[in-house]
Design a protein around this ligand. Sequence first.
Ligand SMILES: NC(=O)c1ccc[n+]([C@@H]2O[C@H](COP(=O)([O-])OP(=O)(O)OC[C@H]3O[C@@H](n4cnc5c(N)ncnc54)[C@H](OP(=O)(O)O)[C@@H]3O)[C@@H](O)[C@H]2O)c1
Length: 329
Amino acid sequence: MDNRIKWGIIGLGKIANKFAEDLKLSKNAILYGVASRNLDKARSFGERYGSIAYFDSYRELAEHPEIDVVYVATPHAFHFENTMMCLKNDKAVLCEKPMGMDVVEVRKMVEEAKSRNLFLMEGLWTRFIPATEKLMELLEEKTIGEVIAVRADFGFKGDGNLNSRVYDKELGGGSLLDIGIYPIYLSLLALGVPTNMKAMARMTETNVDSHCTMLFDYGNSAKAILESTIEADTPTEAYIYGNKGTIRLHSRFHHTRKMTLTQEEEKKTIDIPYVGNGYFHEIEEVNKCLLEGETESMKLPLGSSLELMTLIDRVKKEIGLRYDDENND
Ligand SMILES: NC(=O)c1ccc[n+]([C@@H]2O[C@H](COP(=O)([O-])OP(=O)(O)OC[C@H]3O[C@@H](n4cnc5c(N)ncnc54)[C@H](OP(=O)(O)O)[C@@H]3O)[C@@H](O)[C@H]2O)c1
């Protein structure tokens, strides 16, 4: 009997291509269906990655009885609508980050999944990258003592095309939701939820943030200094400072393959490879959960996605970033 998990993908853009390459590396999965708004695109994507079926409607894929789990890879603004449609058709969902445009959306998605006993997870691949697993181990063992600060940036120079996904407000544009989510997630992993925060941003003509700087405060103890930008190629590194040492996650820290651990005079750089483009590890987590009948990942529980989005909403409020039909919580 074929026990492989049958995947569907909706929204066949940049990330869907990288994801589909990694899906081919999994022995526990097959690509069953792909859906685009355009039939030719769906057909050629399907042929490239060996999909059994292809559709020119997201709904058709969501309703297909053979598909177990759908990877939602559309722009942020559609994550809620697309995920809800899949859940309502009894499909498990791996939804790209950020899971929704605000915590109200994320909460509704979580409630829908729970009420139907369906698996749901945010596509935060960082959590499953082997170097992140190693980081979690080191923090758990207090290898660098108590964490006193996190410093992380993520920046790239955008193409300036105001109609593209990262600038277009209607698609959920801006640096915070697209890449600021990674430094924020790292701070959550290392330090939890801050008590206070300050954030400042520069806005684009389209009125989304092009540069966002954040300072998180954890009482009279740790601090996090975080930054995201679509205006410049920044180092995209992270440092976690403890009272007994430092961990450096080399560029790009959110899927790094190299970590440097410094303790007193000793400095050690470790290579920690990952499989494929790095998405393989989150794919295997989803397969494992589905094969074991779990409805959420222990490593990336839905509570983390709710915390993350709540934190992002706090930053949005600080910088005056509002999306048009944003929910008021
Ligand atoms: N985990 C990661 O490393 C990572 C990296 C990049 C992006 N992402 C996330 O993945 C999502 C997609 O990013 P991407 O870079 O792949 O974007 P993209 O290249 O623009 O692709 C998005 C796809 O969504 C579909 N879509 C549906 N409605 C659309 C609309 N109104 N306008 C444009 N596209 C629409 C399109 O697919 P069809 O034409 O086939 O319908 C499009 O190709 C984002 O939420 C982003 O945060 C994650």
